[in-house]
Design a protein. Structure first.
Length: 248
């Protein structure tokens, strides 16, 4: 029983998760996961949406995975509709860790193309983790619409997601490899290489893909200006090197 001077458990957890010291917040999240309490779920979710520290956020996700999915999954799905990018990103990350198939229908095409890179990356990982059997080619086609997007880390995340789908991504990548945009083509070729050889480094795959795309875009030899005939070329060379008095 809570005494008049002792805050209720939810208030105590809220206050602990608002501590200035990240280590104190980390310990509070650890305690919430070590001793799961259904009343803590809303508090943990609320903190996920605003927590600035990566390690604390990861511990909050772990704490949520320690609670029944019947309690967490519906609330996490609700979080995906919030305008706060961190709420959406962390909810997607947590759904991927829980692995409950009820999270799959909530991963919409809009989330997979979210303008915020961190939300989109979380959506790609969650989608690959939750995609049901038979839906992989359709997911690959949707993910392929994001090829060529963002900086290196964003592209690496997308390549990893598509590579995780294996041969189900073959058609989508083959189509993207002939896209009109060179950035899309290059990213598609990079991903194809990673599907074929998961041990190839991403940067090495990018280097090779850029080379291949550049070669494919080079004009064929027939379209290059013809070299002058050998005789004419020799005459030009002779004229250029002939001493000035030769024509006197």
């Amino acid at each position: 029983m809570t005494s008049p001077t002792t805050p209720p458990p939810t208030t105590a957890l809220t206050e602990a998760l608002e501590a200035a010291d990240p280590s104190a917040r980390l310990q509070a999240a650890l305690a919430a996961g070590t001793r799961p309490d259904p009343e803590h779920v809303p508090v943990l979710l609320a903190r996920c949406a605003v927590e600035p520290d990566f390690y604390v956020r990861d511990m909050l996700t772990w704490a949520l995975t320690r609670h029944p999915a019947d309690l967490t999954v519906p609330r996490l799905v609700d979080e995906l509709r919030r305008p706060t990018r961190r709420a959406r990103s962390q909810a997607l990350h947590t759904l991927s860790k829980i692995g409950d198939p009820r999270g799959w229908p909530a991963i919409s095409a809009e989330l997979l193309a979210d303008p915020d890179d961190e939300v989109a990356r979380s959506a790609w990982r969650a989608a690959v983790a939750l995609v049901p059997d038979g839906a992989e080619p359709a997911l690959a086609a949707t993910l392929a619409t994001q090829l060529g997007r963002g900086h290196r880390d964003v592209r690496l995340s997308l390549s990893r997601a598509l590579a995780a789908l294996g041969t189900a991504a073959d058609n989508a990548l083959a189509e993207a490899a002939s896209h009109g945009d060179a950035e899309v083509r290059t990213h598609a070729v990079v991903t194809q290489r990673l599907v074929e050889d998961p041990d190839e480094g991403f940067d090495a795959a990018v280097f090779e893909a850029e080379r291949l795309v550049a070669l494919a875009a080079a004009p064929p030899a027939a379209s290059l200006p013809a070299a002058p005939p050998a005789a004419a070329s020799a005459a030009v060379t002779d004229a250029a090197t002939e001493p000035p008095h030769a024509h006197r």
